[in-house]
Design a protein around this ligand. Sequence first.
Ligand SMILES: [Fe+2]
Length: 346
Amino acid sequence: MLPPHREHIDFGPTPYDKLQSKEDIPVIRGNFVDDVMKVELGPWKRMGALGCYLNLADQQDTDAYVCEILPGSQTAPQRHLFEEIIYIVRGQGATSVWHESMPKLTFEWGPGAAFAVPLNASYQHFNGSRDEPVRFFAGTTCPRVLNMFHNEDFIFRNPFEFRERFQATQEFLQYSNHMGARYWETNLIQEVNRFVLDDFPMKGKGVKHMRFTLADTSYGCHIAEYPPGSRSTFHRHGPGAVIIITQGEGYVTLWRDGEQRSQHNFRVGSIYSPGDLMWHGHFNTGHGIMRHFAIRGTSPKYSHDRFRNPMYQMIPMEEESPEIHREFAQELARKGVKAEISVVED
Ligand SMILES: [Fe+2]
């Protein structure tokens, strides 16, 4: 039996809270963002672009942000001792990455690309268009790392070079290693919706999945694909997952023990984050497949939870409230989608 979710105890602002206050850009809280393209952004001095924090699920482990680079513009160069995984929502551009002791490596990207910033490498993003803005979404381990060391100089102005994690070569960009079923190591995903995933038959017919190690990060991410008419079971775990829908439509249902369920309809560009020990389940109600890109947990190469995470709990479908099944069946019927199978999400 897991301990109950602990309510927040307020000892004043954390080092991460202080960074957020100082940067003075919009902060979005809660568990759900309807559309990454419609969030309010403000001038972000550190980034040299527009941005907002997505400080979802009332936690201080990971965070996310949305950034927009105006046409013909670029972000300010920076480096930091927290890990960061980026998903390009809109626009065409390029990123330069370097250590002071080596040349720059520049690579191009477009909508749907995903990559990690190598730890503490300097980097700068460029909008390659003079007409269209670039908008990207990123998950980071900033709260965890900044709260641990609580010294911004150490985090943002540290000269240490993790040379084993990054080399300024074409081989670095082209590196691709299928580590095993549903595990992949690479440094650049060209397009999340076109990446060929592995079948995950134990989770149901048509379910596909891939977990990634990007740029040797220990921060994890995965792509999951749900066939039409399918859903996950309800499960819960620790905080920190942020999920963006990259294809399809449906809804997510969330609640904590003793609280009302909340349901959010999602579509491409919706983002959500279940809180600590918050039950959650994903439902595909569209006519096509549903894909999401989740930034969470540890990467397969550095995973410490190779076996079932002790914080993980799942509700068998036969123990769910009948309302859950009824609501899903009604929504599928309303849209004329055939209920196929049930699947489990990790
Ligand atoms: Fe989950």
